[in-house]
Design a protein around this ligand. Structure first.
Ligand SMILES: NC(=O)c1ccc[n+]([C@@H]2O[C@H](COP(=O)([O-])OP(=O)(O)OC[C@H]3O[C@@H](n4cnc5c(N)ncnc54)[C@H](OP(=O)(O)O)[C@@H]3O)[C@@H](O)[C@H]2O)c1
Length: 260
């Protein structure tokens, strides 16, 4: 088996999707502090330009580029443009995603379709663009941003938990192949992090973590290269324990805990 690759600043550029706000933005800034050149993508150019300005004076640099991850052809072209202009993508942090609570009734099929199209379909588009290049080079690093919500079906989270469970399973499964060609496959499973996405929540968020702390933990995890990067450890451990319970006990316990 080939040794698994860890991105180094001299080898090329990072690509971070969903870098216009929240976790993607925080990780981009942390990476620049660590000396990396980062291509930051999302749909909102102005927010990406703000990020680039905020990074001025740090040891790396932010290159803003606009792209919607649900547009497969545009993503393919984007990655070709990145590599032509800035060199190989050394690390792809496929982070862009969206969240809306859903219920069984009324059943909001549009919300399901939107979350699966962006969180899963968009990530597949990005993998399609970057995976062949890394596998041909026999080095590279890919991290999918899933969630602890993907460990098990949580109340009002049928669509979101479903998309994140899919990403976790995809990363686990792809790792068997990427290990053989020297490409490091990782999955990031955050609990609650302070971002615009969680600011919309009207329910308690146990162990809510500040963004800069989460960004440091993610970048540390990229450096060490272990398969799963998950935090805060308390919430991650509680949810991993819940998924070991018999279903009858799980539904009773979580139903009671969240009934308010
Ligand atoms: N915050 C948490 O507690 C938490 C916990 C676990 C996992 N996560 C995951 O972390 C990721 C980032 O979440 P966040 O909390 O940082 O949310 P956020 O602040 O809302 O950021 C979401 C990012 O995704 C981008 N995005 C959304 N749809 C896109 C599309 N079609 N094409 C390209 N970019 C798109 C947005 O940029 P534009 O609108 O500019 O396109 C934005 O930059 C998500 O995958 C989320 O599921 C978050």
């Amino acid at each position: 088996m080939k040794p698994l690759y860890r991105a180094k600043p001299q080898d090329g550029v990072w690509w971070i999707t969903g870098a216009s706000s929240g976790i993607g933005r925080g990780v981009a800034l942390e990476a620049v502090k660590r000396g990396f050149k980062v291509v930051a993508t999302a749909r909102r150019l102005e927010a990406l330009q703000d990020l680039a300005r905020e990074a001025e004076g740090l040891s790396g640099v932010i290159i803003p580029m606009v792209c919607d991850i649900s547009d497969a052809a545009a993503i393919m072209q984007l990655v070709a443009d990145i590599e032509a202009a800035h060199g190989p993508v050394t690390l792809a942090f496929l982070n862009a995603g969206t969240y809306r609570p859903v219920n069984a009734y009324p059943f909001d099929a549009a919300a399901f379709r939107e979350m699966f199209a962006v969180n899963v379909g968009g990530t597949i588009n990005c993998l399609d663009a970057v995976m062949p290049l890394m596998c041909a080079r026999e080095w590279g690093q890919i991290a999918l941003n899933a969630s602890v919500a993907g460990y098990i079906g949580l109340p009002r989270s049928a669509a979101y938990s479903g998309t994140k469970a899919a990403l976790i399973a995809m990363a686990e499964s792809l790792k068997f192949d990427t290990d053989k060609c020297g490409v490091t496959m990782q999955v990031v499973n955050p609990g609650f992090v302070e971002t615009p996405l969680t600011a919309k929540n009207d329910h308690p968020m146990p162990f809510l973590m500040p963004l800069d702390e989460a960004a440091k933990l993610i970048c540390d995890g990229f450096e060490t290269g272990g398969f799963e990067i998950t935090f805060p450890w308390q919430l991650s451990r509680i949810l991993k324990t819940l998924r070991l319970l018999p279903y009858a006990f799980y539904f009773w316990l979580v139903g009671r805990a969240t009934s308010g």
